[in-house]
Design a protein around this ligand. Structure first.
Ligand code: RIB
Ligand code: CA
Length: 317
């Protein structure tokens, strides 16, 4: 039975690739995509989510969330993801429209209506998640799992101390790690080892429109770099973990988020010696299996897209 997932994201190149993976993998049922300001502004992250969903044929509700962090001004990552937020990918203007309502309300109501069933995945700043747990504390024991791409037990990528998603809204991150649940944290320790090598890009070039109009131009416009080369598909790690949990190795820890440091704001201070942890931190990745699964899923999605192009499904209603 497929795992029901709400994906809270800030598309964003790797968020877009995470949406494609989540929709393309049979073990994941995307029940909703919620958007937050991050890599680019909220209007763009929402438009990008809609455009990606339309492009891959995903009829998944997209619900807009917070336009600014809890306390600080919004600081985007256009220098990494490009002005559009999708690097060099230029997708058709989406026909679908965002769903009514706010992301926080969608997350709370969807999870509480299905206790123990929904895996909440966040691949952007944690603003929506922080407000959701503040609005409804029962959320932390009603989710099946809570998975984030974010943080690092060591180096940052936006400052020497902080990873972008934590750095963009450290107050939200602190509230989320302090909410009482166990956070499954896919941080830079593993995501920086998810670089798309030349061989990976070569495989993508054989994936029709998915490869030529989304995957390759998006990655081609990504101003980031992985350990060992290639563009790191950070956010794909979070949804790949949901699809195949054994692919990552985790260590229990107590994670605290710095909010006051002039140089260290957004740092995820990771204590592996603590008795009362609040997280399990991914420290190992089976990189070859990661790409075998990811490329296999994209290839299946590409084939399904080609099939729809050959014999379009008549509009319902
Ligand atoms: O640090 C990487 C994270 O920041 C990813 O989620 C990327 O999309 C950016 O949001
Ligand atoms: Ca992201």
């Amino acid at each position: 039975m497929a795992t029901k997932v709400i994906l809270d994201c800030d598309p964003g190149i790797d968020d877009a690739l995470a949406i494609a993976f989540a929709y393309g993998h049979p073990g994941i049922q995307l029940v909703g995509i919620t958007t937050v300001a991050g890599n680019v502004g909220l209007d763009r992250t929402t438009a990008n989510a809609l455009a990606v969903c339309d492009f891959i044929g995903a009829r998944v509700p997209v619900i807009e969330g917070c336009a600014t962090p809890l306390v600080r001004p919004a600081l985007d990552a256009r220098k990494v993801h490009g002005e559009s937020g999708l690097g060099g990918a230029v997708l058709p203007v989406p026909m679908s429209r965002r769903a009514e309502g706010h992301a926080v309300d969608f997350i709370v109501s969807t999870v509480l209506d299905a206790p123990g069933e929904i895996t909440l995945v966040a691949t952007g700043p944690l603003t929506n998640i922080a407000l959701a747990v503040r609005r409804e504390p029962r959320l932390v024991r009603s989710v099946r799992d809570f998975v984030i791409m974010g943080g690092s037990s060591g180096r940052g990528n936006t400052t020497p101390a902080a990873e972008y998603n934590m750095w963009a809204d450290p107050e939200a991150a602190a509230a989320v790690f302090g909410a009482g649940w166990t956070v499954t944290m896919l941080g830079l320790d593993v995501t920086l080892r998810s670089g798309a090598s030349a061989a990976v890009l070569e495989r993508m070039s054989g994936m029709g429109a998915l490869g030529h109009e989304l995957l390759l131009p998006a990655l081609g416009g990504y101003r980031s770099s992985a350990v060992g080369g290639g563009q790191p598909v950070h956010d794909v790690c979070a949804v790949v973990h949901v699809a195949e949990p054994g692919l990552f190795g985790f260590v229990p820890a107590l994670v605290s988020v710095e909010t006051a440091g002039r140089l260290t704001s957004g740092m995820t201070v990771t204590d592996f010696e603590a008795d009362d942890g609040n997280a399990r931190v991914a420290m190992t990745i089976d990189t070859s299996r990661f790409w075998e699964l990811t490329l296999g899923t994209y290839a299946s999605l590409a084939a399904a897209m080609a099939e729809i192009t050959r014999s379009p499904v008549p509009p319902t209603g």
